[in-house]
Design a protein around this ligand. Structure first.
Ligand code: TPP
Length: 409
């Protein structure tokens, strides 16, 4: 490694340590929260937000941005630290100091609408993963309907708990079945959960499970930033299937006594352990203080997508006004959307035609296109329509509010 490369690696390591410090200090100040997961996934998140993901922190609602879903919502300080460091509007250092306080943007678990950059509410384990599958479906539909301007990726951080929940199975199966290749799940494979080692409750082979569902898989050391870079590059280069990247990490990375144990999962580390972590990481700054060079590097990362956004917006402004309106005003567009036929191109984008046909159900209405009443609970007499219209199954909306979650932001 050249001296310059060594310097760059150290700088990137400090960017990750900034996340670790903010997480442990905010949880300590609140006297509650989950420092372990943000400290364990800080390296992965640094590569993702620092180098890979397409976004512009100054324009959180840019429709062309990649989506990030923190499915392991208990690790909310990971997201809040990232939003602060990269420069999302409103996520000030005071919000971090007020972590978990009434009225702050920094609730215990990320709440949609509380702060820019929170793409969806998470906390109930597995739910974020399911929402992300919906977002990835929505992206494919918009891509098929309106072209390559809609080509974002959806990144997810999910933990053991997310993968243990039943909802994850339905979501994983659907994503594999549809070949949602622009969905990339980073699994925090730390072997620890709320009560101790995951071996207390599961011995599932997650790689085997995802493979069986039709996903591409990789297993890496989540503290090796080069490995993270390479894995993400590999995943971006092949979007034939969704990706699971299992990142082997140490929960509470850096904590001298508690790292690797469930003690870091959901409790403050305590003053002594925090002091020890600072020493171990070589982090000399006071709580909530970030060295100027590290802060500058993070802000540069947050502005990385600025030019791409401007270029994207120039193309967006040339789109048919009705397309933009449908994107910006999804409530009005939604009822029309639900009953709209899926164009053949969307069928292709969502997978082989026969799959989608089997998976969808046919409208029970005539080709006159009357709406299905959402309030109707008594079954209608079964009557097969001759219409070739195919409507989106309710599963998409319940699983992930596919169109609204993605477009309303
Ligand atoms: C559906 C659901 N059940 C229970 C919980 C409570 N809970 C929060 S975190 C957690 C354990 C998560 O374990 P893991 O994903 O391994 O997180 P880590 O210990 O690695 O931070 C549990 C059971 C929850 N948030 N959602």
């Amino acid at each position: 490694m050249t001296e310059q490369a060594k310097g760059a690696a150290l700088a990137t390591r400090d960017m990750a340590n900034a996340i670790r410090a903010l997480a442990m200090d905010a949880v300590e100040a609140a006297k509650s929260g989950h420092p372990g997961m943000p400290m364990g996934m800080a390296d992965v998140a640094t590569v993702l937000f620092g180098e890979v993901m397409r976004y512009d922190a100054s324009a959180p609602r840019w429709p062309g941005r990649d989506r990030f879903v923190l499915s392991a919502g208990h690790g909310s300080m990971l997201l809040y630290a990232l939003l602060h460091l990269t420069g999302y509007p409103g996520m000030t250092i005071d919000e971090l100091k007020n972590f978990r306080q009434l009225g702050s943007k920094t609730a215990g678990h990320p709440e949609y609408g509380h702060a820019e950059g929170i793409e969806t509410t998470t906390g109930p384990l597995g739910q974020g993963l399911a929402n992300a599958v919906g977002m990835a479906i929505a992206e494919r539909i918009w891509n098929a309907r309106h072209g390559e301007l809609f080509d974002n990726r959806t990144y997810v951080i999910a933990g053991d708990g997310c993968l243990m929940e039943g909802i994850s199975q339905e979501a994983i199966t659907l994503a594999g079945h549809l070949g949602l290749g622009r969905l990339i799940v980073l699994f925090d494979d730390n072997g620890i959960s709320i009560d101790g080692p995951t071996s207390l409750s599961t011995s599932e082979d997650q790689i085997g499970r995802f493979k069986a569902a039709g996903w591409n898989t990789l297993a890496i050391d989540g503290h090796d930033m080069d490995a993270v870079r390479k894995a993400l590059a590999t995943a971006k280069a092949d979007d034939s299937k969704p990706w699971l990247i299992a990142c082997k990490t140490v929960i509470g990375y850096g904590a001298p006594k508690k790292a690797g144990t469930a003690a870091t999962h959901g409790s403050p580390l305590g003053a002594e352990e925090i002091a020890g972590t600072r020493t171990k990481l070589g982090w000399t700054s006071a709580p909530f203080e970030i060295p100027a060079d590290v802060f500058k590097a993070w802000r540069a990362a947050g502005a990385r997508g600025h030019a791409a956004r401007e270029a994207w917006e120039a193309r967006w402004n040339k789109l048919d006004g009705r397309v933009r309106e449908a994107f910006e005003n999804p409530t009005a567009a939604r009822s029309a959307d639900v009953n709209a036929p899926i164009p053949p191109s969307a069928r292709r984008a969502c997978g082989p035609r026969d799959r989608l046909k089997r998976w969808s159900r046919r409208s029970r209405h005539s080709s006159a296109g009357r709406r299905i009443s959402p309030a109707r609970t008594t079954p209608r007499p079964r009557r097969r329509s001759r219409s070739s219209k195919v409507i989106l199954p309710a599963a998409i909306f319940t699983t992930a509010s596919a169109s609204t979650a993605w477009r309303r932001l």
